[in-house]
Design a binder for this molecule. Sequence first.
Ligand code: KIV
Ligand code: NA
Length: 266
Amino acid sequence: VRRVRVHHLQQMKERGERFTMLTAYDQMAAEIFDEAGIDVLLIGDSAANNVLGYETTVPITLDEMLPMVRAVARSARRPLVVADLPFGSYQSSPQQALASATRMMKEGLAHAVKFEGGRPVAAHVEAVVNAGIPVMGHLGFTPQSEHALGGYRVQGRGDQGDQIVKDACALQDAGAFSVVLEMVPATVAAQITEVLHIPTIGIGAGPDCDAQVLVWQDMAGLRGGKMGRFVKQYADLRGELLRAAQDYAGEVRSGAFPTAAQSFEA
Ligand code: KIV
Ligand code: NA
């Protein structure tokens, strides 16, 4: 199998072919999504609230993410493996961003990194790209800034749309190979997709982006509770897993499992 590379994603945009991205945090998910032909796997800092039990993405650290990044990188043969830089690991300076990105590549075996923000982190993007590390940008609703943004809200409505367009152009000029657009009006995402020569990857950003991404536990219906309007559930894994665990518990308690079929002879 031929590894998906950054230039393949660029070629797909130029050909008008959409590509696919999902999060993955472990071996099983990486193997299954690889087999399904998903092009890009993201070890998102959403691991905070999908794996580690935090309420937001703010608390997760680089050290907490590294074993998950390594697990996905070791398990995926074809997809491009992108690792999020967590909150506090890149904002201080371009040097800090480069140091964190370098750890994701050396210790995490990632192929690229992603971090949040526009013009304020353009110099950071440039420093990382200049070191030979591909960077994916992330604009619109940026979860690490949730407390400043006032919760989960669509960004770039009205006059604010122009600001996101400017941020996207700044990331492209700084050398980013793609940009995630999260919870922005479909018209704004369409405009950015048109203006940029690098691919846009939408999540709650309408149908006109060059690619789409979802958190896999949302997409597969594993997460409980309320889900964003932009999520589509393609399975009910939570229901399936709940039923399996209940059936197992019932059979253990009743003695129906195990039988001779699951036992060893002397
Ligand atoms: O952390 C994450 O899962 C993300 C994607 C939703 C884009 O940043
Ligand atoms: Na993220």
